[in-house]
Design a protein around this ligand. Structure first.
Ligand code: ATP
Ligand code: MG
Length: 403
């Protein structure tokens, strides 16, 4: 395997398209950022590509900007898929171990993972990825890697990521229209990309969740004992706060966005401050800080109620020792960490992308995670080549075993 590899990551977001070019030196493990760019994006609604042509225009902008900056020609990308039509399903499979000596082989693992995907999905839904939660060998549960173990019955408990096919088709179309190709296995669910960037192996071992609040969607993923418990994307984000401000103050979206960034806060104000007036003379606007806070708080509260609902689905309310890591552009709202703590009754922190030198912006978490996942995949291919027709799925599962 080459000592160093350069990859390109593309995060197609509701408010903007972000791209990063990074280089990993496999000898030292260091990942260096060679370039990053961002451009406003139209044609994405609630995290899903709805107008591929418009999205392609934004992609071309960031691509050309980066190429001009000297990162070399960008041809292939790792890309995220998000939006409410991306969902997870739990499933399981069962096979008999095939070898005479009853030692579990790669083929057995592949067969059991295939068996776990034998579902009756409607024709417009497809399985994107499969993540092994655990293997069971002759009734012995909790096995991470059954390769080489002896047994007769091999079961796999898995989490499948599934998507409504038209969403995937629109994404493909946008990439193609922009003159790019997708890396092998290079479509990564947004919540998993953000997790890869912001969570540590230790947090994943203890039990942790990531909450990425974007403009049009919020992506969540939860881990325990290093395994993915569940993930989800719901169609609520920081743009909803902007829209509420626009309606509440009867002003245009651009003014509401400015007000959100300049004045919105969830910090608890002292009594006197409740009377603080905010004035924007050029827009003929005057309102109390309390009025703005009430608008913002109602929407943020709704977002965390959704997070709570997802925690409830996996019975982990108040039960993740490493807490919740907040990331994404929407988490730049002052006071949101304290608010999340109160609402979820869990430790909460802001999560910045880790492990890439020179990245300190939480709007780039998904993008950074795509890049890191891309390097993981490359590394696994080099270390553990799997030459079979279901190899692609298997490689992704091994990815989840990495600390
Ligand atoms: N200082 C700030 N305070 C509050 N919100 C902010 C601030 N800065 C940016 N935002 C909000 O963050 C959002 C953009 O975040 P991000 O780039 O993570 O979203 P996205 O990836 O485009 O969308 P999505 O992930 O939902 O598809 C916008 O709604 C923007 O208003
Ligand atoms: Mg995003």
């Amino acid at each position: 395997m080459a000592k160093s590899v350069i990859l390109n990551a593309l995060d197609i977001g509701t408010s903007s398209v972000k791209m990063m070019v990074g280089q990993k030196d496999f000898a030292t493990g260091d990942v260096t950022l060679l370039g990053q760019a961002q451009a406003p994006c139209f044609g994405v609604r609630k995290g899903e590509v709805v107008n591929p042509q418009q999205v392609a225009e934004a992609i071309v902008k960031v691509k050309e900007h980066l190429q001009k900056s000297g990162v070399g020609k960008i041809k292939k990308v790792l890309v995220n898929i998000g939006g409410p039509h991306l969902y997870s399903l739990t499933s399981q499979g069962l096979v008999s171990v095939s070898r005479a000596d009853q030692k579990i082989s790669q083929e057995d693992i592949q067969r059991v993972l295939q068996a776990s995907q034998a579902l009756n999905l409607p024709s417009n839904k497809e399985i994107l990825d499969v993540f092994a939660k655990e293997f069971v060998v002759d009734g012995e549960e909790g096995i991470e890697d059954p390769l080489g173990l002896e047994g007769i019955r091999l079961e796999a408990k898995v989490l499948l990521s599934c998507v409504f096919s038209p969403v995937l088709e629109s994404l493909d179309e946008a990439i193609e229209e922009a003159g790019l190709e997708i890396e092998e296995n290079g479509i990564i669910p947004s919540p998993l990309a953000s997790s890869r960037a912001c969570l540590t192996a230790q947090q994943k071992e203890l039990g942790v969740g990531v909450v990425d609040i974007g403009a049009g969607s919020t992506s969540v993923a939860f881990f325990e004992e290093r395994k993915l418990l569940n993930f989800a994307v719901f169609p609520l984000g920081s743009a909803n706060i902007t829209n509420d401000i626009a309606i509440g103050l009867r002003t245009e979206i651009s003014t509401a966005e400015r007000i959100k960034k300049e004045f919105a806060t969830l910090n608890t104000t002292k009594k006197k401050k409740k009377l603080t007036k905010i004035e924007i003379p050029e827009k003929n606007l005057a309102f109390s800080a309390k009025f703005l806070k009430d608008i913002v708080e109602a929407r943020v509260s709704e977002i965390f109620s959704e997070v709570q609902r997802e925690l409830k689905k996996i019975s982990k309310q108040k039960l993740l020792p490493a807490g919740i890591i907040l990331t994404g552009g929407g988490t730049q709202l002052p006071g949101i960490v304290e608010f999340a703590k109160r609402k979820l009754k869990l430790p909460c922190h802001l999560g910045f992308p880790k492990n890439i030198q020179g990245v300190e912006d939480l709007t780039f978490s998904t993008c950074a995670g795509l890049l890191l996942t891309g390097f993981d995949l490359k590394e696994q291919r080099g270390e553990r080549p799997i030459g079979s027709e279901v190899g692609s799925k298997l490689k992704k599962i091994f990815k989840m075993f990495l600390p």
